[in-house]
Design a protein around this ligand. Structure first.
Ligand code: ADP
Length: 512
């Protein structure tokens, strides 16, 4: 008897209405997915990079053609405002494809590297060989970009892909599946497995050749454990608790506008949102007034002109609530927003600013992933660097000052995967830069050259013409040791002695 598939409900978080349902992928299908993927890999991996990039170009044009529709699916499925769906989810994906199409061939090309003189007469190369089947597990906060960019990077590098999109935003997963099908990718090159964590776990256990995961630290650690048992390489893009540092000599109005955006874009559900705001003491009060003024002008809602949308994932509201309750019980002061007991039901949270906070509070130590920002005064560069680095996370950070030397000095001292000076978050938007975190923010990098090469085995090739009968490092060793000693000393000593080097080399050659 054929069993009807389980359904994933598609709920629009902003309104709570059910807007559809999607068939969940039965776990019994996992092996089939991998078989299809491995079968497709045999041909896909044999295409020239330029042929694979032609497919990506087609995909890009399909997305461009349907940009408005895709942005609307993303907005509806996440509750984010339409402008953010377009500029922060759809646009970076298209730009990522564009970047790969421009640079992919060069990045993946076989490269010649210098060969040490000790390997005289040989040539050395690096080649990039696709790994096989890449499992991409993606989250709900930027469900389009954080699935699409790893997928297209893995594809360009010659891999086939299985995507397990977040069950919280399943409609976006379906939309991605449809876009690849419209772009005419060969059967099995990209497959989408719909479902929740059980489906994710089943695919993780299915022995992919690489796992690219974006999500929580908790799940990242589970995936890393499973992967370790099979020695499967991974990239883990996890959470953040990004500091924003505002010095007194910053353009304060700009910094206040920037802080409102960096803290509340996507309702703060951004791994790189500003989650700790450090402001130099002598401008602390004036900056706080500017920030509050900015926030009071923001419009929350679902219409096309809204600034801040709803939360996406109901469980996240509880986390934000607990952090705020903890902080208020320890003496924190609400500068904007409402105490949790006065929050209305639903997915729109008050835009919240909190002061009188310290590093013992959950709100400072744990990721909030909501529209809430604590503001803390500081007095010196050293103090603020120590505060900023006092976190288990290290994803991104921002430094705001007109003194660029100071900004660069601070940037170099921050233990993070990226730093933005006089803006925030946007380092992810430059596909030429590596993206990834330090500490518990993750393992590995993507975007840029790394983004294509992580999906390849980096193969070292040394080439000899094969015309000589023997090599100096081969048998017999008889009589070679003292000659090698002289050769190596003449080569590695402070002043290289070429005459001795050549003489001892020729003597060893005679004995080979
Ligand atoms: P969040 O809690 O913010 O949704 P998660 O890290 O739990 O973040 O989810 C990110 C992605 O990981 C989702 O696609 C989810 O279904 C998937 N996932 C969750 N748990 C597991 C697991 N144990 N194994 C594989 N994938 C998982």
């Amino acid at each position: 008897m054929k069993v009807a598939p389980e359904k994933l409900k598609v709920i629009a978080p902003a309104t709570g209405e059910q807007i559809g349902e999607i068939d969940e992928t039965p776990i019994s299908q996992v092996d089939n997915f991998y078989q299809n993927s491995r079968f497709a890999f045999n041909q896909w991996s044999q295409l020239d990079v330029s042929e694979r990039l032609d497919y990506l170009q087609k995909l890009k044009l399909v997305i461009v053609e349907q940009m408005d529709e895709v942005a609307k699916v993303v907005a509806k499925d996440t509750g984010k405002v339409l402008t953010e769906a377009l500029i922060a989810d759809v646009m970076p994906s298209i730009d990522g494809i564009d970047h790969i199409c421009k640079h992919g061939e060069k990045v993946l090309k076989r490269r010649k590297v210098k060969t040490s003189i000790l390997l005289m007469g040989k040539k050395s190369y690096i080649e990039y060989m696709p790994r096989g089947v890449v499992l991409v597990i993606s989250p709900w906060n930027y469900p389009f970009q954080l699935a699409m960019v790893p997928i297209v990077s893995a594809l360009a590098s010659g891999n086939t892909v299985i995507l397990k999109p977040s069950e919280v935003t399943p409609q976006v997963g379906k939309c991605i599946e449809d876009l690849f099908s419209k772009a005419g990718f060969p059967e099995g090159v990209v497959q989408v497995a719909h479902g929740g964590k059980e489906v994710g776990a089943a695919f993780t256990n299915g022995k992919p050749d690489y796992i690219f995961f974006t999500g929580s630290v908790r799940t990242g650690k589970i995936i890393q454990e499973v992967a370790a048992k099979q020695l499967i390489p991974t990239t883990l893009e996890l959470g953040g608790k990004d500091p924003m540092i505002v010095f007194a000599d910053a353009h304060l109005e700009r910094a206040a506008k920037g802080a409102a955006w960096a803290a509340f874009t996507n309702s703060g559900q951004v791994c790189m949102s500003a989650e700790r705001l450090y402001v130099e003491k002598n401008v602390y009060h004036s900056f706080l007034s500017l920030l509050k003024k900015e926030i009071s002008a923001l419009k929350q809602g679902t219409d096309i002109d809204s600034d801040v949308g709803s939360m996406t994932f109901p469980a996240q509201i509880q986390i934000v609530k607990e952090q705020l309750t903890d902080a208020l019980s320890k003496g924190a002061v609400l500068e904007a927003g409402l105490p949790p007991e006065k929050w209305e039901d639903g997915m729109f949270l008050p835009l919240t600013v909190v002061t009188n906070v310290n590093h013992d509070m959950k709100m400072i130590q744990e990721e909030s992933f909501g529209p809430i920002i604590p503001v803390i005064p500081f007095e010196s560069e050293d103090e603020v660097v120590a505060l900023a680095n006092d976190s288990v996370y290290g994803l991104n950070a921002s430094v705001w000052t007109k003194d660029i030397d100071k900004a660069r000095r601070i940037a170099s001292k921050l233990v993070t995967g990226a730093v933005v000076i006089n803006d925030a978050i946007i380092s992810i938007a430059n596909h030429g830069l590596p993206f990834g975190g330090a500490k518990q923010s993750g393992i590995g990098r993507y975007h840029g050259e790394a983004g294509l090469r992580i999906f390849c085995h980096e193969k070292a090739i040394v080439e000899d013409s094969g015309r000589k009968k023997s090599e100096i490092h081969w048998y017999p060793y008889k009589g070679k040791y003292p000659l090698f000693l002289t050769l190596l000393k003449s080569y590695f000593q402070k002043q290289r002695n070429w005459l001795t080097f050549i003489n001892s080399f020729l003597s060893i050659l005679k004995k080979s």
